[in-house]
Ligand binder design. Structure first.
Ligand code: SN0
Length: 315
């Protein structure tokens, strides 16, 4: 594997899930694989799981880790090619990425959507600039439209907890006080479409995801109906794609509750975290024994480990 930007960088979905699960047991055999290699974790936005799990995965593989909160500690970066830099930005992404690439063997980047300019967000200018200029493999730690390390962890978790060969997986929109990116749902859709699952997406009108992700995916505005026979409920808020970045609905009827979970086939509950308790989903659901949010978060190490291993093997 060279970069890990999206699911397109994985040629064998079943293979990478199996390898990730196996690697949980055999990781100690690979504790020297990354010896003498440095990964730089670059954050334009906040992080808890991504930062700690990627750092832990890199350490498990024997790498050195440097972390920079470029959003708060770095120079403000110019993204536009050919810009006359007489404004706020002190440094061009071209130069920053080349310098970071000179210090690191792998660069991992988090850069959320601004949610103001859809075309700009969907052009993925930050991650693409790092891939273009850094000269080293780049790992996506949640870009403006994708969060593939999360989706790989989700797929691994589903594989570990499924009771039938082809489980029904439901992605449900849920309310939230803030406008959030579409990265988590976009990626989740991409990975579920390619996995051996029956996949249904449910959201209120106006929350249709980008058509480029949704081709062939079953979508319904009827959440209760979607929950019927579900083996996994995956809750996530996102802001509107059509009315870009806007909050169109805050209806608490969409909050995932134990009454709604009772409609399912004893489904497991999943969420990528962080989660707004009693807005997105009730305490009762999050703390129930069918909630697998913590094993899901633990699998962020599992997914980062397999991705870094594959990149290291290809350096
Ligand atoms: C991010 C998102 O993309 O939805 C990261 C999820 C892994 N979530 C948030 O920014 C939540 C912020 C909040 O105030 O709840």
């Amino acid at each position: 594997m060279k970069h890990f930007f999206s699911i397109s960088d994985v040629t064998d979905l079943k293979g990478i899930v199996a390898e990730a699960i196996e690697l949980k047991k055999t990781i100690s055999n690979f504790s020297s694989l990354g010896k003498g290699k440095t990964i730089g974790l670059i954050f334009f936005n906040s992080s808890l799981r991504t930062r700690l799990s990627t750092q832990k995965a890199a350490i498990n593989l024997g790498m050195s880790v440097i972390v920079m909160n470029v959003g708060s500690d770095g120079w403000k970066l110019e993204m536009e090619d050919g810009a006359i830099m007489n404004g706020d930005a002190a440094e061009h992404i071209k130069d920053a990425a080349r310098v970071m690439g000179a210090y690191c063997d792998i660069i991992a980047v988090r850069s959320f959507a601004g949610l103001k300019d859809r075309k700009k967000d969907y052009s993925e200018e930050v991650l693409k600039s790092f891939m273009k200029y850094s000269g080293v493999p780049v790992v996506n730690l949640e870009s403006s439209t994708l969060h593939p390390l999360q989706s790989l962890a989700d797929l691994i978790t589903i594989e570990e907890y499924k009771k039938v060969q082809r489980p029904k997986v439901v992605l449900t929109w849920a309310p939230h006080p803030k406008a959030l990116p579409q990265a988590v749902p976009n990626s989740f859709v991409q990975w579920m479409k390619n996995a051996d699952v029956d996949f249904v997406v449910t959201h209120p009108e106006g929350y249709e995801l980008a058509p480029e992700f949704m081709e062939g995916v079953t979508v319904t505005n009827d959440q209760n109906n979607a929950f019927k026979d579900a083996d996994f409920i995956y809750a996530k808020n996102w802001s509107s794609y059509q009315s870009y970045g806007q909050i169109l609905n805050t209806d608490p009827a969409w909050t995932v509750s134990s009454e709604k979970m009772a409609l399912t086939n004893n489904a497991k509950f999943m969420h990528c975290l962080p989660v707004r308790r009693n807005v997105v989903v009730t305490d009762e659901v999050l703390d129930a024994d069918y909630s697998i949010i913590i094993p899901e978060a633990k699998n962020r190490v599992t997914s980062a480990q397999v991705v870094l291993k594959r990149i290291l093997e290809n350096l």
